[in-house]
Design a protein around this ligand. Sequence first.
Ligand SMILES: [Zn+2]
Length: 366
Amino acid sequence: MGSGVNLPALRGHNDALVLHLLRGAGPVGLGRGDLADRTGLTPQAVGKITARLRDEGLVADAGREASTGGKPRTLLRLVREARHAVGLHLDRDEATAVRVDLAGRAVARWRGPLDFGAGPEAVLEEAVRAVARVRGDRPLLGVGVAAPGPLDWRSGVLGRVTGYPQWEGFPLREALEGRLGIPVRVDKDTNAGVAAATLPGVGSEGADSEGAVAYVHVGTGLGAGLRLLGGGEVYRGRRSAAGEFGHQVLRLDGPPCRCGGYGCAEVLCLDAVAAGRPQEAARIVGEAAANLVALLDVDRVLLGGRVVAAAPEMFVEGVRAVLAARSVALAGGEGEGEGVRVELARVGVAEGAAELVLAPLFGRGG
Ligand SMILES: [Zn+2]
């Protein structure tokens, strides 16, 4: 049963619900009867909503379903190319920009060097140029930006980013909106990563059909994004501080980390990578991920980021091996490690950043 509400005041909610279902259905589409069943709305209400969405160019006929006698049903689909958004991943040393359609699929992409340490003004200039490279002359719903945390995703103000003190307190969202003149949303790179990994029809089965997902990013830093409930929102915490995965201490009195602590997963992992020992780095990521699985009963661990992309099989196998070895100690006992799926993330952080802008159209907060 769906969560549609048959009240005129909630028109926006119901429109979003219908769009969400059509997005999940892909090019095949859905009939009005299916939409009524799944939303719990009356067929009349669904008819009004789909007529309105068709007028706005968001919905079109997908064709007719074969029928055994009776009237064939017209199927409706989301018009993917009806609107576009841009996602921008500002990493510490490179920028990636993508223009995506309503399904969240990249239709244009650009990547180039970036010096995050050059400070807000220089990076803003680069961000504006990167958006221009992918948008063409198209109107955009907005721009979603993924940046290193910590940051406040509601206000888009950056926190004390480790190693980049000049960014503390900078209102990235407001500043970029001022330059671009369109809506901007900002989130941590790892949160954008988990949003991308659970895009309906792209990540895998989609956010609605799975349990808790952790996206682990191994790049210029080590972090994680969390989606703890199937179909739920990215878990950010009240202070946007969730997912500071890289700074869990794995070795007391270990080497100093740039966060000021010692023996953090991030410094151990990045040291191993720098020393040319990716297998050891994978094992460290595995130990850190096993802590997360034990703590939160995560169902699926997705791995992404440049370091993973350089040796994908090694990271997937390395993390799997640690989870399997530690399974006895995990809640639930035998077989626990095998129950946790470890996979490569198939969609990038920049696509997840664009999803920050698209999600509200489908009634999701991101
Ligand atoms: Zn640290």
